[in-house]
Design a protein around this ligand. Structure first.
Ligand code: PMP
Length: 283
């Protein structure tokens, strides 16, 4: 099993990290998770562009040429690891290593690494729907940056799991923002609604892909934030993410309780995504 360290392939058991890595002290780094279908990465370029944007927003130097060499290194990693089934690639870019100090210097070299893992598509949850846990969004105000600083997300995820829920749906006051590792859409009277891609959510790649599918179908998408009550009263609701694709929400717990039927628009978008993924599988 190989991994990437600064875009070079090395054996996993030979990979090591600096004691002074800032992503360890401060969560000072960015990351991406990219789906792999039958060995082929899905929407690789979009993920790498978002990685670069996340880095830039944090004043981490990440050039186009670093991005390009990462892209080919990922292809090498996938073939080297003979990942021919479904799985994912994880990439992390740390600001770099320096003796612990809140103040970062701009001359330190970023450190990147990546690994692959096999992972089946969670088809059962996609078919039966997920139970979600509504909880207060306690994160910072730059949720548009995909940083490894994920305490607000992971605490909510644990809380959801403790209530036998698959995902936490976060809300700032009454306004629903996104899931702890997904975006959320609702459907009302045939119209889709999702939080605008501002500083309060991560602009998910799957979110963007699903919006494209919806527009192809002539479905309108409203980017007005919606409330918890509106979510509970919606005709349909679903979450989107790289790992879970399009997954309907069937039950809500936490801040409020309720149930939602799995509906035709969710199913249609789910199928469109599956068809698009099938194209990736064929190379
Ligand atoms: N929001 C958050 C907070 C996430 O962690 C994720 C998963 N990366 C998403 C949304 C969904 O993004 P994507 O579709 O790019 O996986």
């Amino acid at each position: 099993e190989k991994v990437l360290m600064n875009n070079s392939l090395i054996n996993r058991d030979e990979a090591s990290f600096s004691f002074d890595d800032r992503s360890m002290y401060f969560g000072d780094g960015v990351y991406e998770v990219i789906r792999v279908y039958s060995g082929y990465p899905y929407k690789l370029e979009m993920h790498l562009q978002r990685l670069q944007r996340s880095a830039e927003e944090l004043d981490i130097t990440y050039s186009n040429s670093q991005k390009q060499s990462l892209k080919s290194a990922i292809q090498e990693l996938l073939s080297e690891n003979e990942l021919v089934e479904d799985g994912f690639v994880y990439i992390q870019v740390s600001r770099g290593a320096a003796v612990r100090d809140h103040l970062y210097e701009r001359n330190i070299e970023p450190i990147s690494f990546a690994f692959t893992k096999e992972m089946a598509i969670p088809e059962q949850t996609q078919d039966e729907g997920a139970v979600v846990y509504l909880s207060e969004d306690i994160r910072w105000l730059r949720c548009d940056i995909k940083t490894v600083n994920l305490l607000g997300n992971i605490m909510a995820k644990r809380q959801a799991a403790d209530h036998d829920c698959e995902e936490a749906i976060l809300h700032r006051g009454e306004t629903v923002t996104e899931g702890s590792s997904s975006n959320i859409f609702i459907v009302k009277d045939g119209h889709l609604q999702t939080h605008p891609a501002d500083n309060l959510i991560l602009n998910g790649i799957t979110r963007r892909v699903v919006i494209d599918f919806a527009e192809e179908q002539g479905l309108s998408v409203n980017y007005t934030p919606f409330t918890i009550d509106e979510a509970l009263e919606a005709d349909e609701a679903f979450i989107t993410s790289t790992i879970n694709e399009v997954t309907p929400i069937r039950e809500w717990r936490g801040t409020r309780h309720g149930t939602t039927n799995i509906g035709p628009i969710t199913k249609q978008l789910q199928n469109m995504m599956r068809e698009d993924i099938a194209k990736t599988r064929n190379g």
